[in-house]
Design a protein around this ligand. Sequence first.
Ligand SMILES: [Zn+2]
Length: 462
Amino acid sequence: MNSDYMIATRKFKLIVRKRWQQQLLDQIFTDATHVYNYIVDNLDNKIGRPSSSKLKHITTRVYDYTNKSWNSANVEIHGPAVIARNAVKQVYNNLSTLQGSKAAGNKIGRLKFKRRLTAVLLTYQDYSIKRDKNGNWLPRIRIPGCRSRTFYFRGLKQIHQLEHEVEYWTNHYRQTVDQSYTPLPIKFKGAFLLRKADGYYIAISFAIDKAIWLHRIRNMRIGDVVGLDMGVKKSITFSNGIQLKYTPSQKLVDKIASINQRIAKSQRGSRNRLKRKWQLRRAYQKLANVTDDFRTRVFAIVNRYSTVCLQDEDIKGWMKKNRNGMSLGEKLQYVGLGMIKQRIVDQHPDCRLVDRFNPTSKTCSQCGNIKDDLQLSDRVYVCDKCGFKIDRDLNATINMVKVATGVQPVHELSEIDAVRRTLKHCNVEMSIIDRGSRFSPVTERVPVQSSGQEAVFRLRSS
Ligand SMILES: [Zn+2]
């Protein structure tokens, strides 16, 4: 991969209406699974990368759902040859990821057989999006085995948006940095065919000129540093005073509960039960899509700050926390939120964790006084010493920033607009809390005197 490019991925939904389309996709996923398991089965035999002509008749492992065991079976691969070839590649890709993980010091197992692949690799030569006579994109895609036919897909707008963004930032780059810069054109790279409960998707990677994309990221910055706190009641509080409340749609939660009841009442192995289970998968998929959207947006907000500060609670424990006595809605909310935190810790270039025993909630963010008798039910923090009054969670986030970076967070009112734009059309409640005497934008950064609390730094370079 040329290092002058950066990768952006977009997902498109395939519209499957005709019988040949359903049959082709079935064939692709079945073939890919068989070949994948065949290679995994023969890794010890130094099988290498057999050509697709040698993959026509193979003895592979097939999962038997009734006996719950893996059996050997002779299968024939009828579908497009590239699919078999890519499935081989996919095994070796997974193998090198596994070895990379081992090199990083993680404990790893062997590659496992797959009952059914949910993602099938395509290289950039294997698919193409059609254009009309004038060179405009059409929402029609050709995948292996299509011959002269095509699939319609949803989400063409995303390609236009990407092109538009690159054009905009290229102009910006020319005006501010280098007048004569000519960026490399956007390139289609590899893709994955995805099989989900609500249908088939294709996730396409685009290569975009690195200088332009980095320029965009730099210019999208809305601030230097932000603190972040999470809880079930208020979901997410930022140190700029924005609070987001994420609750999975009650309608969907009720639906999941009612389908579960019906499954419990239905007879094992009956058609009815199978149908309900399908319904349940679709409902969960829908919920996952909504949650994923929210997570992506929160991550987009955090990414627009150079530094993010979090309190290092036991993140895994957060997700595993005893969930008995919680309603189904609360459980689903927990799962959605826990993953946001993990993603920020894993992917933000400068994420700083404050030690979990640091009393960020009990400390006054104005004068540093520690209030030991603060109750969990006190939603507003009132300082005994200086009389400062502030929302409890907001107070904690400001302290996180102070502990992790040594400065008082400075936020501008314009940040609120930027965040609002990022959350446009997103089904989430956003509120702005009064930051008391600190609400007016402060232009100077005030270094905080050391209060004896030590910050735990975790710096990452991207
Ligand atoms: Zn105080």
